[in-house]
Design a protein around this ligand. Structure first.
Ligand code: PEP
Length: 253
């Protein structure tokens, strides 16, 4: 049985005080819930405040990106060690917005994934096809390339600390959700790719989140599918009742 994992990607939203308020509101309702892993991923500037707000609870903190080098002349970048120092336990890598706007490639995702794992962070590696790729029936090829490239060279131990997020680009922030059947089909496909890269036993331990307009109203059905092990939530993670509603759906799934 894989423990479900719900992560909120706050993107470039929330000042420190706003982030603190949101973390406090989520904490009030979820403090004692350990049945599901809950991760909050604020912008870099609010990581420290959110870590303090949730300290002593089951809620974990994650970042939305990092650099693969440990230190050096990389203006504007943040290393895994810097995230660890702020009590981050997870880091989102290869989000489609990073790929689309900031030149993230499968190669850089792979470098970052290895660096995150080496530093003791759990990477949430995002993959997903565009609408054009889905309509051309190329989504499996796209996802195979992203998984094989992004996860190349990982050890068995690495896979045990890995989370994969399937986020069809056409469903992110659009209000369009993949149907539970469409999502399940891709999640099972991703797991079969993980088997090729590791083994059935290891692949069975890797949690695969769905992301793309997940909300309380559609979470339960998505999370009831056998290979959907959680959610990576954008818009609905910015509102405490919505995020809590999704976590509660995961607890009951
Ligand atoms: C995301 O960007 O990771 C995401 C899933 O966004 P939304 O929930 O807003 O579609």
């Amino acid at each position: 049985m894989r423990k479900k994992i719900i992560a909120g990607n706050w993107k470039m939203n929330k000042t420190v005080s706003e982030a603190q308020n949101l973390a406090d509101a989520i904490k009030r309702d979820l403090d004692s819930e350990a049945k599901v892993d809950v991760v909050l991923c604020p912008p870099f500037t609010a990581i420290s405040a959110v870590s303090q707000a949730v300290s002593g609870t089951q809620i974990a903190v994650g970042a939305q990106n990092m650099h693969f080098e440990a230190s050096g002349a990389y203006t504007g970048e943040i290393s895994a060690e810097m995230l660890r120092e702020q009590y981050c336990r997870y880091v989102i890598l290869g989000h489609s917005e990073r790929r689309q706007y900031f030149g993230e490639t499968d190669e850089s995702v792979n470098q970052k994934t290895k660096a995150a794992l080496a530093a003791g962070l759990k990477p949430i590696v995002c993959v997903g096809e565009t609408l054009e790729e889905r309509e051309a029936d190329k989504y499996q090829d796209v996802i195979r390339t992203q998984i094989n490239g992004g996860l190349a060279g990982l050890s068995e131990a690495d896979f045990k600390n890995l989370v994969v997020a399937y986020e069809p680009v056409w469903a992110i922030g659009t209000g369009k959700t993949a149907s539970p059947e469409q999502a399940q089909e891709v999640h099972a496909f991703i797991r079969s790719l993980l088997v090729e890269l590791s083994s059935q036993a290891i692949a069975d331990t890797v949690r695969i989140q769905y992301g793309g307009s997940m909300k309380p109203a559609n979470a339960a059905e998505l999370l009831s599918k056998p290979d959907i092990d959680g959610g990576l939530i954008g818009g609905a993670a910015l509102d405490a009742p919505s995020f809590i509603g999704i976590v509660k759906a995961a607890i009951e799934a």
